[in-house]
Design a protein around this ligand. Structure first.
Ligand SMILES: Cc1cc2nc3c(=O)[nH]c(=O)nc-3n(C[C@H](O)[C@H](O)[C@H](O)COP(=O)(O)OP(=O)(O)OC[C@H]3O[C@@H](n4cnc5c(N)ncnc54)[C@H](O)[C@@H]3O)c2cc1C
Length: 465
């Protein structure tokens, strides 16, 4: 058996948590090796968050140009060049990769490009991308292997070679009719962007509403927004069979409450959930257990079932956001330095980058009901926030949940312009434990989107006596 190279810190997968941990440990003088099969810097800068937001921004520009006359700018007939959209995204990604390589170099962590799998506890065999293998053993091992798009087991679906977000972000042509399977976050962002680029778009969602985890009023507002954009949405739709091939001609046989229907399109994008990258990497050999869905079993300190082996980010079942993977890194970093941080009770915000975006932090009404938490609910239409009158972005609303007994803010949802930025104000108040009255009574700048928080919190009903 080949001799293993021994390192202090061995990281498998260079996602958000993995790369920060590697840089941190290497800076601290630990001999650190990171094994990454494809994406320098992980999914976020290469294929997920940043490239999708880059192309979504191009779609926003297309939409603004299309509506330029309403703002007094006269343009000729516009058209979208998808090759240039893609090139702009590629240029950004290239810059981000260069930035990551510099960070690796500056930190002293060795980045090994290849596919790793365990051959013994805390020991990886790496099939190098350039050929050959290396065997590495780490005193401490950190797993950050992420997830990939799930392709549901629907007859004909895999054979239709559907797009996932990865291929969709690499298109240099505009699909004439894009069918999107799934009605969650990835689906909604791509559906709207492609509609704005000029495709006909149909969203086919299995559940009774879009954005299944959100309150029905939020989902309905998104649905209305999509309808206004000319996007077709089919809800409560079970896809029975797929025929044809994405990129040529594809058709979906779907069962809905109104009977069976067939949808024909040119391209099919699957955005129907995520599957952890934990199969076939020898976790059993390493003594690392996974749950029934393949996510690595961790405790609230992100320790796996194997001693001196940690898991971070999506593969560990953490909420599927870059900022959460980053926080996983901070928890492990601090605990290795003697701290006592856990993943319990984290206040996790998120943003869906549709236009207008949806942002939420804390509970929504659905969560509150499920947990038996009594709340007071205040809402405010975005049309009541005067800033939206200046930009003609009056769609959507804000919603706040305040504890029924105390004045504690328990949750905030906003579907409206700058939602992610406005949410950060409420999140800060929640972290500081401020009563809602602090935001209600604050002097907020006019006319900003955040000014609406004053009116929103004025609408909180009085406590029941
Ligand atoms: C389309 C899309 C858009 C998104 N947009 C947002 C957003 O706007 N904001 C947000 O917060 N989150 C967003 N997310 C989620 C976000 O990208 C992830 O939560 C985030 O990147 C954290 O991932 P991670 O750290 O768990 O792992 P990843 O970044 O996925 O890293 C895992 C790495 O492990 C490597 N790997 C896997 N197996 C092996 C192996 N055997 N050997 C070697 N290497 C291996 C992979 O190549 C990959 O680079 C989006 C996701 C998608 C799909």
């Amino acid at each position: 058996m080949a001799q293993s190279e021994q390192v202090d810190v061995l990281v498998l997968g260079s996602g958000e948590a993995g790369k920060y941990l590697a840089w941190h440990m290497a800076h601290a003088g630990q001999r650190t090796a990171v094994v990454e099969r494809q994406w320098v810097g992980g999914s976020c800068p290469n294929i997920n968050c940043l490239p999708s937001k880059n192309e979504i921004w191009s779609a926003k520009v297309a939409d603004l140009v299309r509506h330029a006359a309403a703002f007094g700018t006269v343009t000729g007939p516009g058209s979208v060049d998808m090759a240039r959209v893609r090139q702009r995204k590629r240029d950004m990604v290239e810059g981000l990769i260069a930035m990551h390589l510099e960070r690796y170099q500056a930190s002293g962590a060795e980045l090994i490009m290849g596919t790793g799998r365990f051959v013994a506890p805390k020991t990886l065999e790496v099939r190098l991308n350039d050929g050959g293998t290396r065997r590495l053993a780490g005193d401490r091992v950190f797993l950050n292997v992420g997830t990939h798009a799930t392709i549901p087991e629907i007859p004909g679906l895999a054979a239709a070679q559907p797009l996932t977000h990865i291929e969709a972000l690499e298109l240099d042509r505009l699909p004439s009719h894009l069918i999107v399977l799934g009605g969650g976050y990835v689906s909604l962002e791509f559906a709207q962007a492609y509609r704005r680029f000029g495709s006909r778009v149909t969203v086919v969602e299995h559940g009774p509403q879009l954005a299944g985890r959100e309150d029905p009023d939020v989902a309905d507002a998104i649905l209305q927004m999509f309808k206004a954009d000319g996007i077709d949405v089919v809800l409560a739709a079970e896809t029975l069979r797929v025929q044809g091939r994405s990129g040529a001609r594809v058709s979906l046989l779907v069962r809905t409450p109104h009977g069976e229907q067939t949808f024909d399109g040119s391209d099919l994008l699957v955005a129907a959930g995520r599957t952890p990258n934990t199969t076939g990497i020898g976790l059993d050999v390493a003594g690392v257990q996974v749950d029934a869905r393949g996510y690595i079993t961790v405790n609230d300190r992100l320790e796996t079932t194997a001693p001196e082996v940690w898991a971070m980010g999506e593969c560990a079942g953490s909420a599927q956001f870059t900022h959460v993977s980053f926080d996983d890194f901070r928890i492990i970093r601090d605990n290795l330095a003697g701290g006592h941080r856990t993943t319990r009770d984290r206040l996790i915000p998120f943003c869906l980058f549709t236009d207008p975006p949806l942002a939420r932090v804390g509970l929504n009404e659905r969560d509150a009901r499920r947990r038996g938490v009594e709340v007071r609910v205040a809402t405010l239409p975005m049309s009541a926030v005067l800033r939206t009158r200046t930009t003609a972005e009056t769609q959507g609303f804000m919603k706040a949940l305040v504890d029924a007994q105390s004045d504690r803010i328990l949750g905030f949802t906003m579907l409206g312009p700058e939602a992610g930025e406005v949410m950060a104000v409420v999140q800060t108040a929640m972290l500081a434990g401020l009563p809602y009255t602090a935001l209600r009574d604050a002097i907020l700048t006019h006319p900003t989107m955040a000014e609406g928080l004053g009116s929103l919190f004025t609408n909180v009903p009085a406590k029941a006596t």
